[in-house]
Design a protein around this ligand. Structure first.
Ligand code: BGC
Ligand code: CA
Length: 350
């Protein structure tokens, strides 16, 4: 009797230990890992470039943290609510792709109140917002560089193809599709592409005020349809702030018989930024002039490195080779991409 009680007691203790250890495991969901909870927002999942960026973040964070990742559906109020929930769920760091670049301060104030680090990416907040909290950093690029590199592609390809000057006046008659107004990338690309061209000895003539297609293919196609109807082949170059819009411009001119693969006689050069795989295909076919690699691998790596360090309370650059500039930003370099070096872009988007 005594013996069996002892055995039963031992079994009870063992089973309760077992239950505790099992309970400990099952309380964290299948998708979670042992690491800290990290909250990530993407301004819009259906943004072409951001979809690559997101996949890279997810694969890099996999197993190292419990990831809460949300689509802010291009709605800043919704993103603010998502951040509140992440804070409630005890996120140890936030990685935020703002909807509205002006909304950084709202997010910073929420995080600062709980002493949670915030790492912004892709849409750079103002220097003033960045300076308002010591635990905020930015991961992105030097936007002016992409405009300059796009300008360089225009200058080089224009000089190599004298027939592109269809009216023979030596001036590039162009139109420009702009990304989201107020987005630092859109603003810098818009001003720098023509600045680079004119600083390098070529003249440009803007046939139409630039219009925003909000980084979007379908919107870009509609705008270029209207421009083509008005100007036709008087347009000698189409500059686009990103590839999604460049692909829309391409659809538009192709529908009118231009830029067919292998036909260089009816051709309006188009240049973009990002070097996403769909654009790389077109560069290879020769249906567009080029693009500028906006490296999602480098940027997501920097973002994940810094976010995990910050979540662990370490120096953000701990164990990395990234460097911060005077506004606490890591800037991943762009690369100009044409037919000769498409492999560089293919590597980055593998
Ligand atoms: C990219 C665009 C993208 C935008 C989103 C830019 O850096 O070049 O393709 O739509 O970021 O914020
Ligand atoms: Ca001309």
């Amino acid at each position: 009797m005594k013996k069996s009680l002892i055995v039963m007691g031992a079994l009870l203790i063992m089973s309760s230990i077992f239950a505790v250890s099992c309970g400990g495991n099952s309380s964290s969901s299948a998708a979670s890992a042992d690491g800290p909870t990290i909250g990530v927002t993407i301004y819009r999942y259906d943004d072409n470039f951001m979809s690559f960026y997101r996949r890279n973040i997810e694969s890099r964070i996999n197993g190292k943290a419990n990831l809460i990742i949300n689509d802010s559906q291009n709605n800043q109020a919704q993103q603010n609510d998502q951040v509140d929930v992440m804070i409630q769920k005890d996120a140890k760091a936030l990685a935020i792709n703002l909807v509205d670049p002006q909304a950084a301060q709202t997010i910073i104030d929420k995080a600062k109140a709980k002493n949670i680090p915030v790492i912004f990416f892709n849409k750079q907040p103002s220097a003033q917002a960045m300076a308002s909290y010591d635990k905020t950093w930015y991961v992105g690029t030097t936007p002016e560089e992409s405009g300059d590199m796009q300008g360089k592609i225009v200058v080089d390809t224009w000089k190599a193809n004298p027939t592109w000057d269809r009216n023979g006046d030596g001036i590039i008659q162009y139109v420009l599709l702009k990304g989201e107004p107020g987005h630092p990338d859109a603003e810098a690309r818009t001003s720098h592409v023509t600045l680079y061209i004119t600083n390098n000895g070529l003249q440009v003539e803007r046939l139409e005020p630039e219009q925003t297609a909000m980084w979007d293919t379908a919107k870009a196609k509609d705008i270029v349809d209207a421009w083509m109807q008005k100007h036709g082949d008087k347009i000698e170059y189409i500059f686009c702030n990103n590839d999604a819009m460049a692909l829309g411009a391409l659809q538009s001119v192709q529908a009118l018989g231009y830029n067919k693969e292998g036909d260089t006689t009816k051709y309006i050069p188009i240049v973009g930024v990002d070097a996403i795989p769909e654009m790389i295909n077109e560069i290879k076919k020769g249906t567009v002039a080029g693009s500028v690699l906006n490296d999602p691998v480098g940027q997501s790596q920097a973002l994940v490195d810094i976010t995990l360090n910050a979540a662990a309370g370490k120096d953000p650059l701990d164990g990395t080779t990234w460097t911060l500039d005077e506004v606490k930003a890591v800037r991943v370099p762009y690369v100009p991409i044409t037919k000769n070096n498409v492999n560089v872009a293919e590597e980055a988007y593998k």
